[in-house]
Design a protein around this ligand. Structure first.
Ligand code: EPU
Length: 416
C-alpha cells in the first residue's frame, strides 16, 4: 500500500523548517552537466524526483552522491548524449537536459517528457527558442533527436508565454553559446533566478534573471561550483495552509517569505493572521475561512502549485470563492476527490466555484499528483474522522518528510 492516513480535528502548532526547492534543485542538477568537475549542491530535498534526476544524470555519465542534504555531482569530460526514455517519461523537468547537452555536446537524444496529468503540456516554446539558436530537431519513435551542426549562437527569443521550463532550457543552452542571447517575456520565478545565480558561480555571464528580459553573454567554458539551493516556497506555503486549515498556528522557518507575497496576501484576505520575518513567517488560521477570489498566474502572481491546497482551505469557508486557473488547461482532478469528502466545488472551463460547506468528512481519496495529494491531506486535517489518501508516492516526488513534519506539528497522521 502507498497511502497516508490522517485523522482530522487537531489544530497544528509549532515550527517547521523547509528545504531547498524541488523546482530549483532539479534544474541545478541538469546545469552541472555544463561544467566538468566536482559540483556540490546544498539544501537539496530528499525527494523522489531528485532520485530520478540522479538516475538521468547517471545515464548520461555524471555521478551523484548524497550526504544528508548535500548532493555531490561529479561530471566527466565525456558525456553520453542520450537521456533514457523510461526516466524522462516520469518527470517533465528532464526535458532541460536538451539545452544542457546541446550546449555541451552539440547533440542530444531525449524522449518527450511525461510528468503530472494537467492536460496537454507541449514543449513548442523550448524547441522554437533552441531552433533560433541553431538547433535542428527530428522526432523519431517518440525520441527527440537534436543537433546543432554549427554550434549554438546567441539570438533574440521572445516567448509567447513566460514558460519556466522554456526559459530555463534557453538559459542552459545560451550560457555556452557564441554571442549574446536575449530572452524576452522570460519567466521570473525565484527558482529560475537561483539557477542563474548558480550558473554565474560557474562563470556564466547573465543579466536580468528574475526579470522579464534576460541577457546571456556566452562564454567558452564553465567550471564546477558549489551552491545552496533557494528554499522551497511551495513546501513553505503548503505547511502554512496545513496550519491554517486546522485552525492552528504554524511558523515556517528557513524560507524567503517574499517569494510567497501573493499567496500570503490571499491567506490574510481569507482570514488568516500572517506575520513575516526575514527568513520565517507565521500563519494563524481562522475558525472558518472567509471566501476569496484569486487567479493563478506566473510569478509574482498566485502560484498554480498552491491552487489545490488553497481550494482545500476554502472548501469550508463561510461563502463562495471563485478561482481562475490560468497556467494549466486542466488541473482539476482533485476536485472530485474533495467533493467525495463533502466539499461543494464545481469546475467550469478555467474557473472553479467553491461553495463553502460546514464540514468535510474523511474517506478514501486518490492523491493524483504532488499538489493534489498534499491538498487532500490538508483537507483530511480539517475533516471529521479518518481520511486515507492513496497514491501517496506523488507526494514523495515533491515533499521531503511530509508525514513526519506534519506529525511533529501535532497532526494525527501515518504512512501505511
Ligand atoms: N507550455 C506550452 N509550451 C511550452 C512550454 C509550456 O504550451 O513549450 C505551457 C504548459 O503546457 C503550461 C504553461 O505553459 O500550460 C506553463 O508551463 P511552464 O513551462 O511554465 O511549466 P513547467 O516548466 O513545465 C514548472 C514546474 C511546475 C509548475 C510550472 C508553473 C518544474 C519541474 N515544474 O513546470 O511544477 O507548475 O513550472 O509554475 O519546475 C510542481 O512542482 O508540482 C509542478 C508541476
Amino acid at each position: 500500500m502507498d497511502s497516508i492516513r490522517v485523522v482530522g480535528g487537531r489544530a497544528l502548532r509549532g515550527e517547521v523548517a523547509v528545504l531547498g526547492a524541488k523546482n530549483a534543485a532539479l534544474k541545478h542538477m541538469v546545469a552541472t552537466l555544463l561544467a566538468p568537475g566536482d559540483h556540490e549542491l546544498d539544501n537539496v530535498p530528499g525527494i523522489l524526483d531528485v532520485d530520478i534526476m540522479g538516475q538521468v544524470l547517471d545515464h548520461v555519465g555524471a555521478s551523484c552522491r548524497r550526504d544528508g542534504t548535500t548532493l555531490a555531482v561529479s561530471v566527466p569530460d565525456e558525456l553520453n548524449p542520450e537521456a533514457p526514455l523510461e526516466l524522462v517519461r516520469k518527470m517533465r523537468a528532464s526535458i532541460l537536459i536538451l539545452g544542457a547537452l546541446l550546449a555541451r555536446l552539440g547533440e542530444a537524444r531525449v524522449a518527450l517528457p511525461g510528468g503530472d496529468d494537467f492536460g496537454s503540456r507541449p514543449i513548442d516554446m523550448h524547441l522554437e527558442g533552441l531552433r533560433g539558436m541553431g538547433a535542428e530537431f527530428e522526432l523519431n519513435h517518440g525520441v527527440l533527436e537534436a543537433r546543432a551542426p554549427d554550434g549554438l549562437f546567441g539570438t533574440e527569443v521572445f516567448l509567447e508565454f513566460p514558460s519556466v521550463g522554456a526559459t530555463e532550457n534557453l538559459l542552459l543552452a545560451a550560457v555556452l553559446a557564441q554571442g549574446t542571447t536575449v530572452i524576452g517575456n522570460a519567466a521570473r520565478e525565484p527558482e529560475l533566478a537561483d539557477l542563474a545565480v548558480y550558473l554565474g558561480e560557474m562563470g556564466a555571464k547573465i543579466e536580468g534573471a528574475g526579470t522579464s528580459t534576460i541577457h546571456v553573454h556566452g562564454v567558452p567554458h564553465l567550471t564546477a561550483a558549489r551552491h545552496r539551493v533557494v528554499p522551497d516556497r511551495l513546501e513553505a506555503g503548503t505547511y502554512a495552509l496545513a496550519g491554517a486549515i486546522s485552525g492552528g498556528e504554524v511558523t515556517i522557518r528557513n524560507c524567503v517569505p517574499d517569494h510567497l507575497r501573493m499567496e500570503l496576501r490571499k491567506m490574510a484576505a481569507a482570514g488568516c493572521e500572517v506575520s513575516v520575518d526575514e527568513s520565517s513567517f507565521t500563519v494563524r488560521g481562522p475558525d472558518r475561512a472567509d471566501p476569496i477570489d484569486f487567479a493563478t498566474l506566473p510569478y509574482p502572481g498566485f502560484h498554480t502549485d498552491m491552487h489545490p491546497q488553497m481550494v482545500a482551505f476554502l472548501a469550508t469557508a463561510g461563502g463562495t470563492s471563485i478561482i481562475t486557473e490560468n497556467v494549466y488547461a486542466s488541473r482539476f482532478r482533485y476536485i472530485g476527490e474533495l467533493n467525495r469528502m463533502g466539499a461543494d466545488i464545481h469546475a467550469d472551463g478555467q474557473h472553479v466555484v467553491i461553495r463553502g460547506v460546514d464540514h468535510l468528512s474523511g474517506c478514501e481519496v486518490d492523491g493524483c499528483d504532488i499538489r493534489a495529494g498534499a491538498a487532500l491531506v490538508l483537507a483530511g486535517l480539517r475533516a471529521d474522522g479518518e481520511t486515507l489518501v492513496t497514491e501517496a508516492h506523488h507526494i514523495d516526488r515533491g515533499y521531503d518528510g511530509f508525514v513526519p513534519k506534519l506529525a511533529a506539528l501535532g497532526a494525527v497522521i501515518e504512512r501505511l
